[in-house]
Structure formats: C-alpha cells, structure tokens
Design a protein around this ligand. Structure first.
Ligand code: MG
Length: 373
C-alpha cells in the first residue's frame, strides 16, 4: 500500500495529422487518432498513458474514450495506483476487450508507481537490458518517390532498417520498390516486408517466395489474422521468417501460435496485449518456444512510443529492433514536452522515474478534439 490515492481522471482525445498518407494491406491512414489518459493523485503526482487504436486492427478511439471515462473511472477514483495488477484485473472484469484503453491505464499506473518509487517503467517491470534499440521505418507511401526522399534522409540519420508495406497495390509495385531499394542501398539495408493481412490465402506462398530473392529479414502477417493454419503453412513452406502481428494479440493467442508454430516471430504491441506486462507474458511464451519478438507500434504519439521503449528495454533477447518512428518521422508534430529521442538510427529508452516523458499542455491543447473529466 502506498499513501497515494488517485483523485482525478482526465481523458484527452487528440488528432495529429500525418506528413503523408500511409497505405497498408488493411487500409489508408492520414493521421494519429489517439486517446491520452491523465491520472492525478491526492499527493500532486500526474501519470500519463496512451490508447492508440486503429479501427481495422484493434478498435476505435470512441470506444477507448468510453472505456476510460465511463467504465474504468468508478474503480480508479480513490484507488492506490501502485496496485497495478489488482487494478488491471478489475479493468478486465468490468470490460471485455479494449486492449488499447487498458494499455493507456496500465502505462499511467506504472508512470505513477515509477514516480513514487523513483524507478523507470522498464526497471519496475524487470530491468533495463538496453538503453537504445535499432529503429525501423515503414515505407508505406503510395507515392514511392516521396518514400525514397524520406529514406534518403533517414539513411543520412543512420537508419538502416526499412519495413516495406506490401500487398496494397499490384505485386509488381512491391517487386519494383524492393528492386530499387536493393539497387540504391545494397546489402547494408535491413529490409522487411509487412502485408498487414493483404494476401489471399490461395497464392500467398507463391507471392512470398517471389520476394525472397530480395533477402528480406522477415515477412509480417501475410494473410488474415484468423487464418492461423494458413500462417503456419506459410511458415513451414518459405525460408524467410514469418512474423505474426494481427494474429497474436494476447498471451492466450501467443500460446496457441507457439504450439502450432504459426510464426517464427511475434510483434509485441502494448495496444494489442493491453499493456506492457501482458506483452512481457507473450515475450516469455515466445522465449520458451524459440520465437523471436519485435517492438511493433500503432499510429501513436511519443507517449505510447515511450511505453513501448520501456517494454522492449525489459525484454531479455532482442535482435530485430523496434518501429517507434511515428512521432519523429510520420506525425506533423508531437505533443510531448521534449522530442522522442532517436540517435544514429537508434531509439533511446527514456530515463528518469516512471515513463520519463509527458505531454506539453500547449501542444496537447493544439491537437485536442475532446476533453472529458
Ligand atoms: Mg504489422
């Protein structure tokens, strides 16, 4: 028990335009539509968390606002913020699903617990295995010329990992882009492929095999999230490692995917698992099964990036990096007091107690659509 009690809860819904539209196997996105949770204690501390939904993938910001404002508020006011698992269990009891809202809640509770204990979130959940994580940038612009300019700028910044969003256009468009990237950057570029469920099951193996000549590091979620047997078949049939993103949200799905070898890699995202600690449960299942993990993200601000960075800092083995690039390279602006730190192509894990960052009230106000308190 701590001597702190949650005394106020505010929900901020924000919309931050993107610099360019991103196309994916499952749809186009033109901005970051996120919900920020602000918890205040009677001792004057403030903790922050972010829900980063995507309607075609996880859920909606409207549902996240309702989860936090209507369903979680009653048991949070007056609660001790350090009882993180007790409160997350409560959240699971009062509302099914809604993992993005639960991720926001857990981040805010861990932010407060970290400030109370003087520990950063990665230390609270296990330890700081690393201070920086290699960053991947996603190539998803329907105008490939714009992407090439972005890639050139990032290459100059030290970024070497690029994830091509495939399957939203002709197969020949995917081949052309991979050819061009290999031609310009050679073997030094670490190229990955993400279909976002974009392939049809009947010819998925043929399509993936055809791209293997470009030596991708992995191919992500080639087919629909529920086509798990097809994913397992592709994993057996092709040499390139297969990553499950949409097919693995939570520890239960991870256990099933590990036992049927649905994939060689799991993408961890706090917005899928409902927080950092559930994502670490997935990482533990992966580790036991010889499956790699990767730091994935949604369309999110640097508040969720910071939570993701703490998660990936606490994973014992990490070989494939992370993709926390949104606030620096995708959004028109960010809302945090200080920019999310990326140096030499590496995400810098925030230091200091708790999350190690927070929104700037003026910037938050500029992009806020709705405030509920
Ligand atoms: Mg993905």
């Amino acid at each position: 028990m701590s001597e702190h009690k949650i005394s106020a809860l505010k929900v901020h819904r924000v919309l931050i335009p993107a610099k360019a539209v991103h196309s994916h196997g499952s749809g186009d996105v033109s901005g970051i539509d996120a919900v920020l949770l602000e918890l205040t204690t009677d001792t004057g501390l403030t903790g922050w968390g972010e829900a980063s939904p995507w309607p075609v993938f996880t859920g909606t910001s409207e549902a996240n606002v309702a989860a936090l404002h209507v369903y979680f508020r009653p048991f949070l006011i007056g609660a001790d913020p350090v009882q993180v698992e007790v409160l997350m269990n409560r959240a699971d009891k009062v509302l099914v699903g809604n993992p993005e809202a639960k991720a926001a809640l857990e981040t805010a509770l861990l932010d407060l617990t970290g400030q109370i204990s003087g520990l950063s979130i990665c230390e609270l959940v296990g330890g700081r295995f690393r201070d920086e994580i290699p960053m991947s940038f996603s190539i998803a612009n329907p105008d490939f010329g714009n992407d090439l300019e972005d890639v050139a700028g990032q290459w100059a910044d030290g970024v070497r990992i690029f994830k091509l969003k495939t399957g939203f256009n002709d197969h020949s468009f995917d081949v052309m882009r991979l050819e061009k990237l290999r031609e310009i950057y050679g073997e030094e570029a670490d190229l990955r492929i993400d279909y976002n469920q974009g392939l049809a099951a009947y010819d998925a193996i043929r399509r993936v095999r055809d791209l293997e000549r470009f030596a991708p590091t992995f191919v992500e979620q080639p087919v629909k999230m529920h086509e798990r047997e097809v994913m397992a078949e592709i994993t057996r049939a092709v040499d390139v490692p297969v990553m499950a993103d949409e097919s693995v949200f939570n520890p239960r799905e991870a256990l099933r995917a590990a036992s049927s070898r649905t994939a060689d890699i799991f993408s961890l995202k706090i917005a899928k698992s409902g927080g950092i600690r559930r994502a670490l449960e997935i990482a533990a299942i992966a580790r036991a099964a010889g499956i790699e993990v990767y730091g994935g993200c949604m369309f999110e601000t640097s508040i969720a990036h910071a939570a993701g960075a703490h998660l990936m800092a606490a994973v014992p083995d990490l070989r494939l990096g992370c993709e926390f690039y949104m606030s620096n390279y995708y959004a028109e602006a960010d809302i945090a007091v200080e920019p999310f730190q990326v140096a030499g192509g590496n995400v810098q894990v925030p230091k200091g107690p708790g999350l190690g960052t927070r929104p700037d009230p003026d910037k938050l106000g500029r992009y806020r659509l709705e405030l509920l308190s």
